[in-house]
Every structure is written in structure tokens, then in C-alpha cells.
Design a protein around this ligand. Structure first.
Ligand code: SF4
Length: 248
């Protein structure tokens, strides 16, 4: 099921309770301190629909210049993330532009035990290899270093003060977020299954249409791996309108 801009507006209008609940669930994850080098912000994390809506709400409240820059960054990220490791589009000068609304994946990073993190990384690697096979079936070899890339486990993140965290605290918060997001059925499932929990894919689909965004990605990835040419992509990105300007 396709998510259109009007559906996003309807979801924003009716999800106030869920977005308040999201903040409460985030509060279960202890604040943490780290060296703030933002090295972990290499990828845009997967997220649930309720988290995507909170980010879209942030975007809709930004000044138009920043919003358009971020929108274009997110769409560019979607088109090239299979072939290039860049940073999360929300990262600017080592600062997160949506820090107070950053996603569960960002908050939990570094708080997992090494053992749990390795399990998550193994699942992610499996998905990436499956994805690589799909591209291979289309005749495109993704760069192996991109397929193999994993944000490394960080031993430097520590909970603030006396707060403690274990491998039950974080799944507990994640479960609460999942329950809230499921209340937005059927769009919660649609975001997961049709858009792979990827805000950048949703945004590209809102801008161009779902099928068209996939076709464009194929063409841009093919250009990138065969010629390295990004001129067509740059032109499309440069002409991208402010998709979220109309949201209230
Ligand atoms: S949303 Fe913010 S904290 Fe999360 S990966 Fe992106 S820049 Fe980093």
C-alpha cells in the first residue's frame, strides 16, 4: 500500500498520542555520554513509522532552506546508499539536526552489550547480502566494501550518572515503540514492508512515486557502478521541490 503525502498529513493529525508515547519510550533509554565524534552516524537507522512521523514533523517545522537541503540529502541518500557509504543525512558538522527527536537506533547505539550488538550486526549483514544478491540478479555488482560495511561496536558510550542499562532495557523500549507504531495500522505495516522502514525511501517515493523511485534508483546505481557518472542524479536532486512544505 502506497503512502501518499495526504496520508502523512492524516497520520500526523491523528498520531499526537503515539508521538507523546514515543517520547516516553525514548525516556526508558538512559541518556549517555560519548566522545561525540559522530562516527556512528554513518547510516540512517531503520525506524518504525511513528519515529518516521516524528522526524517528518521536525522537518515540517524547520526553516524552508534547511528542510529543502535535508529533503534533498535524504533523497540522494536513498538513491546511492547501496553503492556509497556517506553519513546520515541529518548529520551536519558532527551535530545531529534532529538530536532531541533522534531515532531509537541512535539512542541505543553503544548501550547494547557487545554480544547483543554482534547479533544485531549479523542480522543486518545477512540482509545486506540478500540485497546484494537481488542487485546481482539485475546485473549489478554492488561494491563489496559497502555491502560489508558495519558501524563498529563502540565501547566508549556510557549511561549518564548512575543509570544502568542491560539487554532487557533496550528491547523493552523498542517493544513499546513497536506497540505505539502498530496503532497506526495499516500504515505501520506498509512502511515496514513496502518501504523497508527507510525514511529516505519514503521521501523519494513521496517525491516521485514508489515504482518510479525504485526505477530511478536502479538507473542511478547502474550509472554509478558502470561510469561513476552522477550528473543525472545531481540534476534530479537540484530540481527536487520542498516535498514537506505543505504539511501543517
Ligand atoms: S539521526 Fe542524528 S543521531 Fe541518528 S544517525 Fe542521524 S545524525 Fe546520527
Amino acid at each position: 500500500m502506497k503512502i501518499l503525502l495526504q496520508i502523512i498529513q492524516d497520520l500526523l493529525d491523528k498520531s499526537t498520542k503515539q508521538r507523546i508515547g514515543l517520547r516516553e519510550a525514548y525516556a526508558l533509554v538512559p541518556a549517555s555520554r560519548c566522545r561525540r565524534k559522530a562516527l556512528c552516524c554513518t547510516l540512517l537507522p531503520e525506524m518504525s513509522l511513528v519515529e518516521a512521523l516524528a522526524a517528518i514533523q521536525c522537518l515540517s517545522e524547520m526553516d524552508p532552506t534547511t528542510r529543502l537541503r535535508l529533503t534533498r540529502g535524504l533523497v540522494r541518500y536513498f538513491f546511492l546508499n547501496s553503492v556509497r557509504i556517506t553519513s546520515c543525512p541529518f548529520l551536519a558538522d558532527r551535530n545531529c539536526l534532529i538530536y532531541h527527536d533522534r531515532f531509537f537506533g541512535c539512542r541505543a547505539y553503544g548501550l547494547w552489550s557487545k554480544h547483543y550488538y554482534d547479533k544485531l550486526a549479523a542480522c543486518s549483514q545477512q540482509m545486506k547480502r540478500y540485497n546484494q544478491e537481488q542487485w546481482q540478479n539485475l546485473g549489478i555488482s554492488l561494491p563489496q566494501e559497502v555491502v560489508d560495511f558495519q558501524v563498529p561496536y563502540c565501547p566508549h558510550v556510557k549511561p549518564d550518572g548512575d543509570a544502568s542499562v542491560d539487554d532487557e532495557t533496550l528491547p523493552n523500549a523498542a517493544d513499546k515503540i513497536e506497540i505505539l507504531s502498530k496503532q497506526l495500522a495499516p500504515w505501520h505495516e506498509s512502511f515496514r514492508h513496502s518501504y523497508f522502514s527507510d525514511l529516505s525511501f519514503l521521501l523519494a517515493s513521496l517525491a516521485f512515486g514508489l515504482t518510479e523511485a525504485v526505477q530511478m534508483k536502479f538507473a542511478f546505481v547502474k550509472d554509478y557502478v558502470t561510469t561513476g557518472n552522477q550528473a543525472g542524479l545531481s540534476e534530479v536532486i537540484g530540481n527536487l521541490p520542498d516535498v514537506f512544505a505543505a504539511l501543517t
